[in-house]
Write a protein of this length. Structure first.
Lengths: 168, 391
């Protein structure tokens, strides 16, 4: 008998309280986004599509040292070196296979020239498997770029991965 | 019970919405009663342990994220603690505190997903939406710290991958402020809900003795009234400095496990608050030349650091001969990593003790002889992640 009263109490008193919680939400602002039309700003550290940086004068920072390829746990990076007229090393071919890449960010962390970064872009769909192989041309930032946020990024990267004070 | 011809053989899954992934359960039912339940696993097997054996120590960290993808930071932590034990690395205090904070956020994250999906399995749709709304805040913190929402790969051997973001404290405090009210809302919706009670009370019961014999861990074990929590019993990463309770249940049924997980969420918030209040200053990585990456600024300017940086990235570091085991209390139970070093830069053997796998093995004990409709509740209350079960 006691059980039945308790159950009845639950139904009569507690359940309407639950309904009230749901009802309250009718008047709240939705938390969802109208996605393709509106986009969420990604965090500054977001690990999206890679891009390759240049120096201020337009030369590529990447010297094709291969450290990013060595750090890559998915073996997604392929590169071939060449020499410029000035005798400097640069990449002739630099490819990242998106179908292998797991966006772990190890390449950004490894690069000793601060040449490769993972950017904010995350929409990669394509209608052909070959389009998932990003070449150097796809990833190099245009030169001259209008708004040069590069200096800011450099400062961020050093801060994020550690200044001597921060790690000792 | 013997299986007779009259039993009906039913395949539940692998594509069944309430098996939480690709679990298949072979069921023999006699009318409404389950005679035999046999979980069939392996649909998600990706050979993660073997893959880890073929990788340098630091490169195996992304593999761990992909096991229990609802609790990536706990998995990172377990693996890194094991390697640190093997290499005998002591990490700075700040790292310990930050790791505890992140691991507790992960517990919240995992329990929220569990709560949402478990309630959905039992017919409460709006719970899922509320739980995922709260989880979004935690994923935003992951994104701010590590750059990804699920595969964080944030905890590294000897420290963290990057410095904690500058607004970390503010964001986490926001969570501490908001979530307790939301948990109260959940309680209003479920704890006294007669439908929920009928579906979970005295369902999927396991006695304390059986729970030990099945070597269950986490809320599955504590639900049966056994106070065993690695954070208290075998503290790691500085958990001994925090003040929190370990909730236990009485009946060992699905309802008790639900109450325990809710209480654990409250306790996690307590730990997180203590973490933030006492977060020490200091480096975010240990200083161990040749094993832990030097700071980026030094790599750009100092020859010595540059050489270490190149060496670690290309060759890793040789680990001594020997075997270690490090267990942590992940949201689902005891998550352990056994690593055998053979003097080279790759582990000779990595073995994971996955809590979901071992807890899932008790499914026959939970369901056999009970009603067919309770199977869904039993699977839900175990809290499995098939990525971890199959590895
Ligand atoms: S991106 Fe950086 S790490 Fe990779 S080859 Fe170029 S300079 Fe070396
Ligand atoms: S993000 Fe990771 S997987 Fe992708 S290219 Fe860089 S190192 Fe390789």
């Amino acid at each position: 008998m006691k059980e039945i009263f308790k159950a009845l109490g639950n139904v009569v008193i507690k359940m309407p309280q639950g309904f009230y919680v749901t009802f309250k939400h009718l008047f709240k602002k939705p938390v969802t986004l109208d996605y393709p039309r509106k986009k969420k700003p990604m965090a500054p550290r977001y690990r999206g599509k890679h891009y390759l940086e240049r120096y201020d004068d337009g030369t590529e920072r990447c010297v094709c040292c291969g450290l990013c390829a060595a750090a890559c746990p998915a073996d997604a990076i392929y590169m071939e070196p060449e020499e410029t007229e000035k005798g400097e090393r640069k990449a002739r071919v630099y490819e990242i296979n998106l179908l292998r890449c797991i966006f772990c960010g190890f390449c950004e962390e490894a690069c000793p020239e601060e040449a490769i970064f993972l950017g904010q872009e995350y929409e990669f769909s394509a209608d052909d498997r070959n389009k998932f192989i990003w070449t150097k041309e796809d990833m190099l930032v245009p030169h001259p770029r209008k708004d040069n946020p590069f200096k800011k990024i450099l400062r961020r990267v050093r801060k994020v991965y550690g200044t001597p004070e921060a790690t000792r | 019970m013997a299986i007779e011809e009259k039993d009906l053989h039913i395949n539940m899954g692998p594509q069944h919405p309430s098996t939480h992934g690709v679990l298949r359960v072979e069921l023999n039912v006699d009318g409404e009663t389950v005679v035999r339940a046999k979980p069939v696993i392996g649909y998600l097997h990706t050979g993660i342990e073997k893959t880890m054996e073929s990788k340098l120590y630091y490169k195996a960290i992304p593999c761990t994220d992909r096991m229990d993808y609802l609790a990536p930071m706990s998995n990172n932590l377990g693996y890194c603690l094991a390697v640190e034990k093997l290499m005998d690395i002591e990490v700075p205090d700040k790292v310990k505190w930050a790791r505890v904070c992140l691991a507790e956020l992960t517990r919240l994250n995992s329990h929220l997903v569990w709560l949402g999906t478990h309630a959905l399995d039992l017919g409460a749709m709006s719970m899922l939406l509320y739980a995922f709304r709260e989880r979004e805040m935690i994923l935003d913190i992951y994104e701010a710290c590590a750059g990804q929402r699920m595969m964080s790969t944030y905890i590294r051997i000897g420290g963290l991958a990057k410095e904690l973001p500058s607004d970390f404290d503010k964001r986490v405090r926001q969570i501490i402020k908001e979530i307790p009210d939301r948990i109260d809302d959940y309680e209003t919706l479920l704890t006294n809900n007669q439908i929920f009670i009928n579906r979970t009370k005295n369902v999927a019961v396991i006695s304390a003795e059986d729970a030990i014999n099945w070597s269950l861990s986490g809320p599955m074990l504590r639900g049966s009234g056994i106070k065993h929590d690695l954070r208290k019993d075998n503290p790691y990463s500085g958990y001994e400095n925090f003040d929190f309770e370990v909730p236990i249940g009485r009946n060992g049924d699905a309802y008790d496990r639900y109450l325990i997980r809710l209480e654990e969420m409250r306790q996690s918030l307590r730990i997180i608050e203590q973490c933030l209040d006492g977060m020490p200053e200091g480096p975010f990585r240990a200083h161990v030349p040749g094993v832990v990456l030097p700071p980026k600024e030094d790599v750009l300017h100092k020859m010595e650091s540059m050489i270490f940086h190149f060496k670690i990235i290309t060759e890793g570091f040789p680990a001594p001969k020997g075997a270690v085991y490090a267990g942590i209390e992940s949201p689902k139970g005891e998550l352990g990593f056994y690593i055998q070093g053979d003097g080279s830069n790759k582990p000779a053997r990595v073995r994971v003790r996955p809590p979901s796998f071992i807890n899932l093995a008790a499914l026959p004990a939970l369901t056999e002889g009970h009603l067919f409709s309770d199977v869904v509740c039993a699977i839900g209350s175990i809290d499995i992640v098939l990525g971890e079960v199959d590895r």
